[in-house]
Ligand binder design. Structure first.
Ligand code: ADP
Ligand code: MG
Length: 95
């Protein structure tokens, strides 16, 4: 990733290794979600939507390109809910 500028990100550049578990940690509001969801996952989803036919795309929301200079080697991003699975005490992920 080179030059990410979503939300509060200011020209953030980093390499994220594949086949490794990478954890983004930081205080609330530091930009973890902006980096992971609004930049990486958003561009991945946009690229996937691009592969559908024009007809199918007509039924899908038009996704804007995230504010980032370059995302190289991006593969399919699968976003899973932060909510806990199963019963018991229900707690919502804080984001
Ligand atoms: N959709 C948005 N529009 C405007 N500002 C946003 C949006 N999403 C997040 N922000 C702002 O960007 C900053 C980083 O937020 P976020 O990426 O959610 O941080 P984290 O996930 O680390 O808590 C915060 O100041 C937040 O208010
Ligand atoms: Mg967050």
């Amino acid at each position: 990733m080179r030059g990410a500028n979503e939300n509060n990100l200011r020209h953030v550049s980093l390499d994220i290794p594949k086949r490794r578990l990478t954890v983004f940690a930081g205080v609330s509001g530091s930009g973890k979600s902006s980096l992971v969801f609004d930049t990486v996952a958003a561009e991945s989803r946009r690229l996937i939507n691009d592969t559908y036919s024009t007809f199918v795309q007509g039924f899908m929301p038009t996704l804007a390109r995230p504010d980032v200079d370059a995302l190289e080697g991006l593969t399919t991003a699968i976003v899973v809910s932060q909510e806990q699975l199963g019963g018991g005490v229900r707690r919502r992920g804080s984001g």
